[in-house]
Ligand binder design. Sequence first.
Ligand SMILES: Nc1ncnc2c1ncn2[C@@H]1O[C@H](COP(=O)(O)OP(=O)(O)OP(=O)(O)O)[C@@H](O)[C@H]1O
Length: 326
Amino acid sequence: MPIIRADSLVKEFRRPKRVPGRFGAVRTLLTRQYTVTRAVDGVGFDIDAGELVGYLGPNGAGKSTTIKMLTGILVPTSGAVEVSGVVPWRDRERNARHIGVVFGQRSGLWWDLPLIDSLHLAATLYDVRPADLRAHLARFTDLLGLDEFLTTPVRQLSLGQRMRGDLAAAMLHRPDVLYLDEPTIGLDVVARDRIRAFVADLNRAAGTTVVLTTHDLDDVEALCRRIILIDHGRVLYDGDVATLKARHAPHRELVVHLAEPGPVEIADAEPVAATDGRVTLRFDPARVSSADLIGRVLARHRVTDLSIVEPDLERVVAGIYADRTA
Ligand SMILES: Nc1ncnc2c1ncn2[C@@H]1O[C@H](COP(=O)(O)OP(=O)(O)OP(=O)(O)O)[C@@H](O)[C@H]1O
């Protein structure tokens, strides 16, 4: 049963056409001509309760605009959107009760308050019961490592600390759906890992549905089974990560470290690199299994180490965008 339904969503932005020259500003106002940007151009998808979906696309593809329509910040030009049976832009208050939103570039916290006071204030706004607040705060503090900076004013927090605070604030009322827009942008490895672990835990333990927009495809590899790929406001791909890779990057690589450097010639495998006894063989798993290939290499060579390299999602997605613009 879908918890999020988007059907033929379109969003156009109109901007007054600027008239150049003397008195241009006045003439811009008077001519009333507009440039129309179609940021989202017929996007549709269903997301089931408990899914964790990566919503991806290059700069300007229409990701944030879609998320803003899902959260009720923007009204679609046409098409329909429903989240937990609510039309977000029509009933913003009811919608807000069952969603959490975190925009990586912007904070929902109160700058002058210590983080803990900001969290209490967020809980008050959402009518979180004191006992629930205590339980959620304890769990989030533990998972996100908040205790070292709970009493620090928000304006003094580092980006990673602030982001963890924002996530906690967004989830205190235990919404069914969490929208995350670039949650790990500019963060160090520690903060990024904390955030990934927290999101994975929310999804697994509480069944929270998560829609994640990110340019960091390591986030996607770590968290998402399904991705929706958009470009120029349209869906290019909607499905699981493994199928996308199989379709667009069917090859795997077997990296072999030889005890005695030399050429490796094996049927069904193409040597693509060789340095200091480290040979990389590219193969198609649909034609030859890794086990078979490894068996053949071991039968012919003395090997000190070997590994299989999966295609990198980053490269796969970059290749798809390049094909589109070629
Ligand atoms: N308020 C606005 N007024 C006019 N045009 C806008 C507005 N907001 C977005 N756009 C345009 O709509 C298109 C899609 O923008 P959007 O921010 O949704 O892309 P995005 O995929 O989130 O990009 P990024 O990865 O760079 O954040 C862009 O061409 C952008 O310039």
